[in-house]
Design a binder for this molecule. Sequence first.
Ligand code: ADP
Length: 593
Amino acid sequence: MKRKKLIWHLYPSYLFIILLSLSMVTGYALSAFKHSFLRSTSGSLKDKAILLKQIIQPFLESPVRMDEIDALCKQTGKNISTRITVILPDGMVAGDSEKNPKEMENHLDRPEIRESLQKGTGQSIRFSNTLKKNMMYVAWMAKTDSKIMGFIRMSLPLTELDEVYTRIMFRILLTGFLISLCAGGISFLISRKISQSLERLKEGAERFASGDLHQKIQLSDSIEMSKVAEAMNQMALELEAKIRTIRLQQNELDAIFFSMTESVLALDNEEKVLNLNQTASKLFHIPLDSARGRPVHEIIRNADMERFIKKAFAGTDPVETEIVFREGEECSLQARSSLLKNADGINIGILIVMNDITRLKKLETIRQDFVANVSHELRTPVTSIKGFIETLKNGAMDDAKERDRFLDIIMKQTDRLNAIIEDLLSLSRIEQESQKGAIILEQGDLNKVLDAAIRNCEKKAEDKNIRIIQNEKKGIVLKMNPSLLEQAFTNLIDNAVKYSDPGKEIQIQAVPEEKEVRISVRDWGCGISREHLSRIFERFYRVDKARSRKMGGTGLGLSITKHIVQAHGGGITVESTEGKGSTFTVRLPLKKN
Ligand code: ADP
C-alpha cells in the first residue's frame, strides 16, 4: 500500500466534505428558487387569466366576435406585458396579442389546452415555435353551464427566469468558491496542526529508539496528543532508569570479569570466541577486541588446548585438565570447562576458566629438588659415619691409632651433619619469619654489625694469614635485625676467607647513597666462573662440591644470606672472575627522613 503523509489523508477528505455539502446546499437552493419562481409566475398568470375571462367571455357567445377578441388581446397583452391567446373550443385561435390569429395553427393539441379541457385549467412550460423562446403557458377554460365557450391562455417568456437563475447561480457558486477557499485554508491549517503534533510524537519516538532519552517530547495543546506525549515521556524516563540499572550491573559484571586473576574464555557452539577477559588476553597475547568473534584455534594454537575444547564440547559434564604452553616462556595452566547456558537454559557454548599454575609447578619442582638435595647432602655424611662405624666394629677398634682417626672422621661428619641441619633450620626459620613479616627490624649501627661479622671470621683469617680490611668507617644507621644481618655478613666474609689463598686480603666497604647503602665484600680468591654465577644463591649449589665440603661448607650459606638481605628489603649481587676474585655487594635500604 502506498503510504502518504497524514495531512494528505485528512485535507482531501475535509475538502471533499466541504465541496459536497456546498454543492448540495447550492443545488437545493437553486431548485427551491426555481420552483418558487415558477409557482409565483404561474399564480400571477392564472390571476390574470381569471380577470381576462370575465372580460372576454361575452365576446365568445355566438356569434363569436373574432376581430374584437383579437383587438382586445392585442390591447390588453400590451398593457400587462403578457402574451394572451384566446382559443375557440374547436382549437381555432380567435385572438392573439402577438400574432395574427388567422395565420396560427389549431391549438387543441397544446398540452395546457388538453389539461384544461380535463381539469378546467392547464399549465405547460415549453419552447414556443411561434416566438422561438422558452415559455410558460397557463390556460383557463371559459364555459357557461355545461357548454365550453373557449380557452383563455396567458403566456410569459421564461428568459427572465433563466437570467435571474444564472445570476443567482453565479453568485451562489462564487460564494461557495470563497467559502470552500476559506474552509479549505482552515481545514488545511487544522490538518497541518494535527499532522505536526503527530510528527512531533514520531520524531520523539525515533529519538527514544535511537537511544536519546533525555530530550522530552513537547506537549501539544490537544488533550489526547498531550496524553500520548506524556505517556511516551514517562516511558522514556522509566526506560532510562532501567538502562542505567542494566549498565550499572553490566559494569559491575565487567569489572568482576576483567579483574579476575583467572583467564576466562567463553566460546559459542561454533568454537568462536564470545568473550574473554584481560588475563586471558594477556596470556594469549591477543587484544580483546580482535579476539571476539574469531575461531578459537586461530588465536590459541596448542594441541592440548584443542583436545580439551573438543572434549568440553562433546560432553555435558565439566572437564578439567592441565595444559602446558611452550611458546615463549613455558607456562602451565589448570583449565576447567563448563557448559554456557543463556537465561532460557539453552546451551550457547562453553566457558573455560584457566588458572596459571606455572609458579605452583615451579615451587613443586623446587620442593622436590630440595628434598632430593637434602637427602643427598645428608646421605653422604650418614653413609660415611655408618661405614666407619662398621669398619670399627669389624676390628679397627683394636688398633688405637686407626680407631682415633676413624672417630675423628666420624666426629667431623657428625659436625657436618649438624652444620647442614643448623643451616637448614635457620634457612627455614628466616623464610617463615620473613613470609609472616615476623622479623623484627630496629634502628641499628651497620658498623657494629660488620665489626661483629669480621670478629667471627678473624680466627679463620688469621689461620690463613688473610687480612680483613674495612675501608673508611662511616656512621650508618638503618633498620635491621642485627643478629641476622651479622649472620649474613659472616657468611660472605667466611666464604671470602674460605675461597682465598693464604696471604690474600679481603676488603669490606660500606658506601651510603641517596636511598640505600651498598656493602661490598671483596676477595682476590679463586673466583667463580660465569656459568655458575646465576645459580650460586640457590640452596646446596656449589661450584666445586669437594672443595666446599673440605672447607666445611654446606652450600646453604649464600642462600641464607640472600634471604636475610631480602627480609631487610634489600638485594645481593655478585661480580666475579675465575682465578681473580669475587665481589659480593649487598644493598640495604636507608630509612627515609
Ligand atoms: P658453601 O657452604 O659451599 O660455601 P655457599 O652457599 O656459601 O655454600 O656458597 C655457594 C658456592 O658459591 C660455594 O660452594 C662456592 O663454590 C661459591 N662461592 C661462594 N663465595 C665464594 C667466593 N667468595 N669465592 C669463590 N666462590 C665462592
